[in-house]
Design a protein around this ligand. Structure first.
Ligand code: SAH
Length: 212
């Protein structure tokens, strides 16, 4: 298939799944998912499907990336934390919408490879760290927005604490082997509001650093 036709189908699939925010659609159009998928699976980069990446992890389904980004309501002044760098694709999308993006993964190898891509694509407002993201990034906190791209049993306390008042966190919540719920948490002066958005399926948020 021609690249232009592939691109058209890709954007059509996003719209038909409820992605309506023009800034999110523009970012999805601008960032080439093909750059974040390797080897055998590269030719399927523009299908609306999750695909395997290194370290037994997955790059999320594009429509899920777009819907999570849309739910996060990112503004150009925001400092955003992403937990679960994976391929780096979601961080790249966020970098087009936010002032600054911090992204962390427990696999050093994924962080290294994503950093190379951010450099090659000139995405200079992303900083990637190898870290256990369940503790957030205390040195960079507070964040205007937090996006967790691995499923937690509950929204991690340290992440709630690092969310600015008025801030939004989007996180898949539930058991790792079941269907999880995407939750939108909004922090107010007096506490937190929780909205359930949709069923999703993510790899689990795992404690501690990985070996590789
Ligand atoms: N956002 C990614 C996909 C994420 S897959 C993308 O756009 O490609 C989920 C990622 O979360 C995996 O890479 C996994 O290593 C990471 N992860 C799981 N538990 C973690 C933790 N405690 N801290 C940081 N990263 C974690």
């Amino acid at each position: 298939m021609e690249r232009a036709e592939e691109q058209m189908r890709f954007l059509y699939a996003l719209r038909s799944r409820g992605v309506t925010d023009p800034r999110v659609l523009a970012a999805m159009e601008e960032i080439d998912r093909g750059a974040f998928v390797r080897g055998l699976f590269a030719e399927r980069a523009y299908e609306d499907t999750p695909l395997p990446i290194a370290c037994g992890q997955t790059i999320s389904q594009p429509s899920v990336v777009a819907l999570m980004t849309q739910a996060l309501e990112v503004s150009p002044r925001d400092k955003v934390l992403e937990v679960g760098t994976g391929s780096g694709y979601q961080a790249a999308i966020l970098s087009r919408l936010a002032r600054r993006v911090y992204t962390v993964d427990r696999h050093k190898r994924l962080v290294r490879e994503a950093q190379k891509l951010f450099e090659a694509l000139d995405l200079a407002n992303i900083t990637a760290f190898a870290a256990d993201g369940s503790f957030g990034l205390p040195d960079q906190a507070p964040f205007d927005r937090i996006l967790v791209t691995a499923a937690a049993e509950d929204p991690p306390g340290p992440l709630l604490a690092q969310l600015r008042v008025g801030g939004i966190m989007v996180v898949p919540v539930g058991q790792s082997d079941a269907v999880q719920s995407l939750i939108k948490v909004t922090r107010h002066e007096q506490g937190f509001d929780y909205d359930e958005l949709r069923p999703v399926r993510f790899v689990p948020l795992v404690e501690g650093m990985a070996q590789d």
